[in-house]
Design a protein around this ligand. Structure first.
Ligand code: AHR
Length: 532
């Protein structure tokens, strides 16, 4: 990774310095009494965009090949080569969008190599991920078929690093144009009459690194240029997503916001990438074998995601106070050392209770920043990094990960109105890695008739009783579920697929302030409320 040139203006730099991490990130208040989560049920805030629960599938390791796509001749039950069980599991999450084909792969992908008869498609080297030969058997038509099977929306990521403006322009024409234009006709020759809908289009990926090693100002100019030719054809309206910052590179965000070109903005969103790991880049830590210190370090780094969203949003506010440009956190999640014995370029890792809580903490932060956060995409959906689904390469068995269950338990937040959920704790929070890490994380939302409260007990070893202080509306009914495992490193496998799976939370009762709930150590729970 290269360092982009610092471009943050001095006035913005001092604004960001003045906002302490506590003011921008998650913080719990203090109480003399028992731990409480106070929810104002009658004060709905911004809508939590369902796209915050988005996904990402790259041509990387066994994500596409073997994960989503096994080919029509596979013994694995499939529809036109796409695994039926994977589709069914993801449909149960209501996945709102799927980003493809990368990642770093996007900037070396030439879409015309992935259309037409499969046996005639040219091959290429996937130089970022394992240096393997890609046969292009999964291309545009296969991806859009997958999108339709999943009942989701397409986020196609174009190639700036090694592609041309014309190539990108023709791709969106091929995908979305209805008449007899050259690309629409080519699509028909390849068997698809109706245009598809593509609401999201990425203008390159990590252009500060694998996507071309550019400087911020250079890329801002290219993003404007490429975006111009990603046209809205017929009734398809595209949100163009410029390749945004790595972690805390606020200068990159500022350069993109300066370059976005008001009043109509050349691109309508900019992205952000941040991964959670417990060690340095060279030794990110084991997915399953970790100490208690690493548990807390990981969660403290997960909490940092909210601080990043808040600070990038502060930069965006300066140029776009009306919040027309969306922030798209299109790569987030844990990145561990690969599972022993697997290809280092395939990024295959296990997924434990710790990953589940990393996810729940991210979502709590995302819900609090619903006003700017247009989308987020966990990396990645199947067999890569913090996956929802792991498939066994030999038996083909499918395993749902603890992270999958957080997405499922939280799906009621999609398109609901965020509610403030104030956490009050009797003890001082831990300080980890220079950051406060309160033992409880929470967030809430409402649809009007119902409310959903998400609760994470980040304590590795202590259970916790807490009061849900529910104000402003009558609660006429409730139900709760909890996700935990025997240890912080508990995970699912083909032999033990339900070692970490949600169960009904029965340790919940009425209380003068609302409800009282017992949360096991290292657990995630959701409480659904019926409102009168
Ligand atoms: O998700 C894996 C990789 O991480 C992506 O290809 C790239 O964008 C990021 O560096």
């Amino acid at each position: 990774m290269t360092e982009p040139a610092p471009t943050l203006t001095s006035s913005l730099a001092s604004t960001l310095r003045a906002s302490s991490s506590g003011a921008t990130g998650y913080r719990a208040g203090r109480t003399a009494g028992p731990a409480r989560v106070v929810v104002d049920l009658d004060l709905p805030g911004a809508t939590i965009n369902r796209h915050v629960y988005g996904h990402f599938a790259e041509h990387l390791g066994r994500c596409i090949y073997g994960g989503f796509y096994v080919g029509e001749d596979s013994e694995q039950p499939n529809t036109r080569g796409i695994r039926d069980d994977v589709v069914a599991a993801l449909r149960a999450l209501n996945i709102p969008n799927l980003r493809w084909p990368g990642g770093c792969f996007a900037d070396e992908y030439h879409w015309k190599d992935g259309i037409g008869p499969r046996e005639q498609r040219p091959r290429m080297v996937n130089s970022h991920w394992g240096d393997v030969v890609e046969d292009n058997s999964f291309g545009t038509h296969e991806f859009m078929d997958l999108v339709e099977l999943l009942g989701t929306e397409a986020y196609v990521n174009g190639n700036v690093g090694s592609g041309s403006v014309q190539e990108m322009s023709e791709w969106i024409e091929y995908l979305t144009r209805a008449d007899d234009s050259p690309m629409a006709s080519l699509r028909r020759e390849n068997g698809r009459d109706e245009p598809w809908k593509v609401p999201f289009f990425g203008i390159g990926n990590e252009t500060w690194g694998c996507g071309g090693n550019m400087l911020a100002e250079e890329y801002a100019a290219l993003a404007r240029q490429y975006s111009t030719y990603v046209r809205d054809h017929a009734d398809n309206t595209v949100t163009r997503i410029a390749a945004g910052a790595n972690v805390d590179d606020y200068g990159w965000t500022e350069a993109l916001m300066r370059g976005a070109g008001k009043p109509n903005f050349s691109y309508q969103a900019i992205s952000l990438h941040y991964y959670t790991m417990s060690g340095p880049w060279e030794d990110k830590g084991s997915a399953t074998a970790f100490t208690e210190d690493e548990w807390y370090l990981t969660l403290s780094r997960a909490v940092r995601a909210e601080e990043l969203v808040a600070r990038h949003a502060t930069v965006m506010d300066k140029y776009d106070p009306e919040k027309k440009v969306g922030l798209v956190f299109d790569e987030w999640g844990t990145w561990w050392n690969v599972e022993p014995g697997t290809n280092p370029g395939f990024l295959y890792q296990q997924n434990t209770v710790r990953d589940a809580l990393v996810a729940s903490v991210h979502f709590d932060g995302f819900h609090r920043h619903a006003d700017r956060l247009l989308m987020a995409n966990i990396a990645q959906t199947v067999n890569v990094l913090q996956a929802m689904i792991l498939t066994d390469p030999e038996s083909g068995a499918l395993v749902l990960t603890p992270t999958y269950h957080v997405f499922e338990m939280n799906k009621g937040h999609q398109d609901a109105a965020a509610l403030d959920a104030h956490v009050l704790l009797p003890e001082e929070p831990r300080t980890v890695d220079g950051r406060e890490l309160p033992a409880i994380s929470a967030s809430a939302s409402t649809t009007g008739e119902t409310a959903l409260v998400s609760l994470s007990n980040l304590d590795a070893s202590e259970a916790r009783t807490l009061v849900l202080d529910l104000r402003g509306r009558e609660v006429t009914g409730y139900s709760a579920r909890v996700l935990t495992g025997e240890s912080t490193g508990a995970h699912n496998s083909p032999e033990h697929p339900e070692a970490v799976a949600p169960v009904e939370l029965t340790a919940i009762r009425e209380h003068e302030r609302g409800l009282e709930v017992d949360l096991p150590a290292h657990s995630f729970a959701t409480v659904e409320l019926q409102l009168g």
